[in-house]
Design a protein around this ligand. Structure first.
Ligand code: NAD
Length: 480
């Protein structure tokens, strides 16, 4: 066992849990014990929320420039740990290290710097003319934020909440996923090194019961959640009853619309990033490939060849393209969907099970099914593994209809040699984000979903507004 994080981080200190539960983590590629983490008990959550409440008045009144200075120190402390953090996450959840170096290594510090700069540059008050004088429109921090994230991009998903929340002047209780509890403590280490005021950021990994307790806690003012649609619905119901602001970043089943003028080689070069990245454990992936009937077999051949060429292996090896699933249970779930695709009559053109040459670790072969109907289970449900479905269409209208015939609306791609034509089609897809001939997240632009993929947006300036509420102060005199 390499990591011992058996204390929670509450009110600026590492403290023992009130309960006896521990989270034991296993390395996804080797199935060997990786470390142990404390698991938050209800009374620990009470302490964390109380610490965040006590810290809020002072932190929220700290000037934007002073908050930005603290955040810049926090970013530097995260940056100095980025190499170890990326490797740790790869061992926890199987993410290939080349991706982890960005998503868990560089992104957290970059986002903290981004929001520090944004609050230095932005005025929190704006004067507007009013018939009796003028109105001051003021952005105020919402208060104590309960942040909850999934395990698939643990550092990025956490910092997409923590950075704008702290920048806005909110204080945070972060409940990390049990699968990635260890890396969550990097935020605690960095907070201590950067001398974040006590209680401004609290780290309490735990299971879904801890999450549910935190969401409904009377001391919480706003919930920021990333995870499954099922959990998002449950959290949304609680927040609705409490009239508590909530943002929900949920599941996806996005479509790649391949147009008849596609450059197949160029597409094959970028499809790994759009459809397979992070072993398929990514919410926005284009996991339904919509191919024109005129070039159908050509697309099936290229996508299947790509899948078969991806190197499966230990995520710490820089040549690995597909690492293991996060856990045995998740691997079995993904394999269950592959069996369902076969029994439903889809044509298997690549992969199809667990790789025989990796008997240890939670591996699944990159898998492609052709001749899939859009109403099939494997085309409608989120598999969250390296499994693609290729669906035939006859006209562009048909392709757009199929793309939109989904409960979800998070990502997607359009592939064509004509970017303007592809962009026009992208405008017709019901989704929160969509890429043309590629899919690369832009940290400066809003990210989020429509329909069952969620409510609210993270990233960009819009990612800050979710942590602020607006107050209008009506004055009788003219603006000075
Ligand atoms: P999950 O919903 O099971 O768990 C996510 C987190 O929520 C965990 O920390 C868990 O402990 C907690 N949780 C679960 N039920 C809860 C409840 N009722 N109340 C409070 N907390 C609760 O999801 P997962 O399996 O960990 O993650 C995979 C899912 O996350 C996929 O559906 C994926 O698409 C989604 N995801 C979405 C985005 C996005 O930005 N839209 C990004 C990454 C992952």
């Amino acid at each position: 066992m390499d990591f011992d994080r058996s204390q929670l981080y509450i009110d600026g200190e590492f403290v023992a849990s009130h309960g006896n539960d521990r989270i034991e983590l296993v390395e996804a590629a080797t199935e060997k014990p990786l470390g142990v983490s404390a698991s938050a008990h209800d009374r620990d959550i009470d302490s964390a929320v109380a610490a965040a409440r006590a810290a809020f008045p002072s932190w929220s009144r700290t000037s934007a420039n002073d908050r930005a200075d603290v955040l810049s120190r926090f970013a530097a402390a995260l940056r100095s740990r980025s190499r170890e953090t990326s490797a740790l996450v790869s061992r926890e959840n199987g993410m290939p290290i080349t991706l982890s170096n960005t998503a868990n290594g560089r992104t957290p510090a970059a986002l903290v710097d981004y929001y520090a700069k944004l609050i230095r540059d932005q005025d929190v008050e704006e004067a507007r003319p009013h018939k009796n004088g003028h109105t001051i429109v003021r952005r105020e921090p919402r208060g104590v934020v309960a942040a909850i994230a999934a395990w698939n991009y643990p550092q990025a998903l956490a910092i997409m909440k923590i950075a704008p929340a702290l920048a806005a002047g909110c204080t945070v209780v972060f409940k990390a996923s049990p699968e990635t509890a260890l890396d969550a403590f990097v935020f605690a280490d960095a907070a201590q090194e950067a001398a974040l005021p006590d209680g401004v950021l609290n780290i309490v990994p735990g299971g879904r019961e801890a999450g549910a307790y935190l969401v409904a806690h009377p001391g919480v003012d706003k919930v920021a959640f990333t995870g499954s649609t099922a959990a998002g619905r449950a959290i949304g119901e609680v927040c609705g009853r409490l009239l508590r602001p909530v943002s929900l970043e949920l599941g996806g089943k996005s479509a790649a619309i391949v147009l008849d003028d596609v450059d197949i080689d160029a597409m094959a070069g970028n499809l790994y990033g759009a459809s397979f990245i992070n072993n398929g454990q990514t919410c926005h992936l284009s996991s339904r490939i919509l191919a024109p009937s005129t070039r159908y077999e050509e697309v099936v051949g290229a996508v299947s060849a790509l899948a078969s060429s991806l190197k499966v292996g230990n995520p710490l090896d820089t040549s690995t393209m597909i690492g293991p699933m996060v856990s045995a249970a998740h691997r079995d779930r993904v394999l269950g969907y592959i069996e369902r695709g076969i029994s439903d009559g889809a044509r298997l053109t690549a992969g199809g099970g667990a790789p025989a040459d990796h008997p240890v670790g939670f591996f699944v072969q990159p898998t492609v099914f052709a001749d899939v109907r859009n109403d099939a289970v494997i085309a409608q449900e989120e598999i969250f593994g390296p499994v693609l479905s290729i669906i035939k269409y006859d006209s562009v209208d048909d392709a757009v209809r199929i793309a939109n015939d989904s409960d979800f609306g998070l990502g997607g791609t359009v592939w064509s040699t004509d970017e303007d034509r592809a962009t026009d089609i992208a405008r017709r897809v019901e989704t929160g984000t969509i890429g043309i001939n590629d899919y690369t997240l832009d940290l400066g632009s809003p990210f989020g979903g429509v329909k069952a993929s969620g409510i609210g947006r993270e990233l960009g300036p819009e990612g800050l507004t979710g942590y602020q509420h607006l107050k209008s102060i009506y004055r009788v005199g003219p603006a000075s």
